[in-house]
Design a protein around this ligand. Sequence first.
Ligand SMILES: Cc1cc2nc3c(=O)[nH]c(=O)nc-3n(C[C@H](O)[C@H](O)[C@H](O)COP(=O)(O)OP(=O)(O)OC[C@H]3O[C@@H](n4cnc5c(N)ncnc54)[C@H](O)[C@@H]3O)c2cc1C
Length: 665
Amino acid sequence: MPWISNEKFPGVAYCVGGRSLFWGGWSPQLTPDDLANWPPDTVAYLNSALGYASTAAEIGSAVTTDFIKQTALFNALLSSIRGALPLSGVSEAGEAPLAVVGAAPQSGLFAFDKFSSAPFIMDAVRNDVGTNGPGGDTRRRLFLVPRAQVHRLNCSGNHVVSLDISLAGNRQPLAVAPGCNVILANGTIEATRLALESFGIGSTQFGSPRLGNLMAHLRSNITVKIKRSALGLGAPTELETSALIARGSALGRRFHFQITAADVTGPNPEALMWSMVPDIDLLAGLLANQDPNWVTITFRGIGEMEGQADVNNPDPARSWIDLSPETDQWGMQRAYVNLVPTQNDRNLWQAMDNAAFDLAFALAGKDPANIQYWIAPNGVFVSTRPQPDATGKGFWQDGLGTTHHEAGTLFMGDPGASITDTNGKFHNIDNAYVAGPALFPSLGSANPSLTALSLARKTANTLIGSTHAVPVAGFAPLSLSPSDWQMVKLPNSPANMIHYGSVLETSGWYGLYWYMKETFGNFILSLQWRISRREENSGVYIRIPAPSVASALQAADALGHEIQIDQRGFDSVTGTEGHPLKVTGAIYDLQAPSTSTQVEIGVWNHFVIEANGPRIKVTLNGNLVNDYMSPREQSGYIALQAHDFLSRTQFRNLLIKKLDAAPTV
Ligand SMILES: Cc1cc2nc3c(=O)[nH]c(=O)nc-3n(C[C@H](O)[C@H](O)[C@H](O)COP(=O)(O)OP(=O)(O)OC[C@H]3O[C@@H](n4cnc5c(N)ncnc54)[C@H](O)[C@@H]3O)c2cc1C
């Protein structure tokens, strides 16, 4: 347990995949009412094809779970519940939205395919190893670092420049490369601790920086036994376990019930639902032990807790997180979590519980002889409905810290009125984002993962999109389809150009990667490139002959032009550095750059290469570095150079504008 609190918490799962290894898979959407106070662009995104619909398809909640749905029990329950509605605020019911693909060959033979992020991560890492592993770790794209813990993020101004971490118990810094973004995806409470510790946010009116708007769900588990005859069911003929959702509202806020039902004799129908039944013998045993007369049903109520989306003055009497004076084994202040229901919360909780009891009674045909109630403290079913105490509390209510639905402290919205923007970026930090329920402005009544995963995709798309240059008028992108390019290699060279989405990366040793779609006469070529080490060598070729000519590589050098990328200005014949005709920005072996062209390693640079008649101008990061009158070819192909094994130069945003007329010089 990394934090301390006024409430009992079971804690976080310190493992790859986090709590997605343990979760129940319930994945309802937030309703329009739930989303009423959310930023409009976020609501539009969630309800678009890219939002809930994509996530539901990815995690499996979009498809019916046959095992749960295709039973007589499911049909009887759904029609009985729908027949009873509207009732005590409950207004709709349907199949449970579970992140499970469960097309089983027979009821009870459960397909073990519930979504978890762990296998996704492992698949992605394996895919990366398969594709890029042969080139060594420097070519890899995705690393999973086990036993890593982040203690704080260090900023220079409003930019995260390094992390303070421990790896396998050893504390060390980790530099954040220029242009790199950091995403806090370590659970609401730990992400909030990092933000309070590192970003200078939170109200300090009570000393330690504090963030409000902490919310969890008001959760109850009301279990009853109902006579099968009251549901119109005979004795079970197959293993019956089922799940449904019912939604409702009271006192201006929402709640829903996860309804699980099974023909078990004990009080836990959900346990059977998630049991693996790997063989026929176990299935036969379970079938033989099914209760022929009763169905056990649990109504797990999930009620919306109210938040306090106030940046500056979180009410101390309500829920919030700050930094405790108590430190952990690393000397870091732990989070202190204050989680308390308001009186409004208590009222909603009671209304939700009443709705569950009323619904259960309705399913029993409103005949007390058809229903028994589980009294958990005594471990017995009884025929009288249990009552809450004078404060509205019942033994069926869970502790607020146990729901695993903590959310809201890093809520998104407008600058000044929230902590993050609608892409999950901290307003006051330009390269730090949040993924997870911490972003929710309000909690609504839906289990959080479907929404959190959808928002994470929005963040990812924004980050990817920000790397794409918006074409300026008159510029068109070069095609990135590999079929529009051709690599010509030196004999036995494994030269290759790897396509990482919209980024091209050189690989192997010598070769030229010809853009085959068309030739260009007069044009302006705009592209970005970056190097991973000073010793890298590459170049942009323009106005070169076709790759089909004899000795095409040599012809490119002799007849065309290479705009050089090499920080050293290396001469391979003498093995010496510092040759102006061979340094970045040189028109290779023709004209040196007019000024220094040293760049930062790992940072994207911008070449604008204008070829107009005999004149070739090279602009690097906004500075004209070469202006050359060429006696060579005035039209031809464009190519990118793969030079040597240690070079992994990347290119992106290749845009070209054709110029009509030859220049007047
Ligand atoms: C039993 C159970 C049932 C649930 N059922 C459902 C359900 O049916 N539907 C639903 O929507 N939700 C459910 N949840 C909740 C859901 O699992 C969580 O809301 C969700 O996993 C939160 O995702 P997260 O990425 O924010 O945090 P987590 O899943 O907790 O992941 C956080 C990760 O960060 C790591 N980490 C934490 N601190 C640090 C640090 N300082 N440095 C480095 N790494 C760190 C952890 O090791 C972990 O891998 C359930 C949870 C549990 C436990």
